[in-house]
Design a protein around this ligand. Structure first.
Ligand code: GLP
Length: 251
């Protein structure tokens, strides 16, 4: 794994956007796995900026998002489809038909899980998967469990995730209790993984995920055995890892 220490959120966002834009430039018809949450907002803003300057072209890019709340339509401002449209897709020249988010309103959720797995497969897999991290080490909505779930599946959100995500809703009661998420196999099969983390609230999760035992109790810990993992994190998020002060760390 390669860890880039960022000075702050702005620096983190620019570094992460640089890695994503390199992917798009090297392979214009690549498949990007995308994430929601506050962590990637700055990265998306930077990509939009470079697109507007003429440095990036998303015409041939396909995207698959990690997850979606069950029960929210894409028109709901709290849905992840809405988030992606607002924070990236509506501002670049991507073909919206090439963007994919699991359907949280599917009548048959098991069929939707199968469809999403097949979709990722039919696109030839993910070239670069962007990930944020939950305070309990979750990636996508893969919550701490007894085992790693392989494919797309439905999850019961944990109390800590509901509480953490409540800040984006009017109140905690409004946070959906279930989500549909890409599984660990799809994430691990991505050719390259880019994990971003910012702030003290992520310091424990980052230390356990990158340097603790590989365990489904900390789902992001599986990333230690991915053969092309890049981590971009700020000083605070790295504060509980015992790392050299300067430069890019390869471990
Ligand atoms: C949600 C998303 C995750 C995201 C996490 C952290 O639970 N499902 O994909 O990584 O929140 O979000 P934030 O970046 O806002 O801390």
């Amino acid at each position: 794994m390669r860890i880039y220490r960022a000075k702050d959120y702005k620096d983190l966002s620019r570094k992460a956007a640089n890695i994503i834009s390199a992917q798009v430039i090297m392979k214009p018809n690549c498949v990007l796995g995308l994430a929601t949450g506050t962590s990637p907002i700055g990265t998306y803003q930077q990509l939009i900026d470079w697109y507007k300057k003429g440095d990036l072209d998303f015409r041939e890019v396909h995207t698959v998002n990690l997850d979606e709340y069950v029960g929210l339509p894409g028109s709901n401002e709290h849905s992840y489809r809405y988030f992606m449209n607002e924070n990236l897709f509506n501002h670049v020249n991507i073909d919206i038909a090439n963007t994919n988010v699991p359907n949280g309103l599917a009548v048959d959720m098991q069929a939707e899980c199968r469809r999403y797995n097949e979709l990722i497969h039919s696109l030839g897999g993910i070239d670069l998967q962007l990930l944020g991290i939950g305070r309990n080490g979750h990636i996508g909505f893969n919550e701490p469990e007894e085992a790693f779930e392989k494919g797309t599946h439905i999850v019961d959100l944990t109390e800590s995730t509901i509480e953490a995500n409540a800040r984006l809703f009017d109140n905690e009661a409004e946070v959906p209790r279930h989500a549909i998420t890409m599984g660990i196999r799809s994430i691990m099969q991505a050719k390259r993984v880019l994990l971003i983390a910012s702030g003290l609230a992520k310091a424990d999760a980052i230390a356990k995920s990158l340097f603790g035992p590989v365990t489904p109790k900390v789902q992001a810990s599986i990333l230690q055995i991915h053969n092309n993992l890049t981590v971009v994190a700020d000083e605070e998020a790295l504060s509980k890892c015992n790392l050299p002060e300067e430069g890019c760390i390869v471990c």
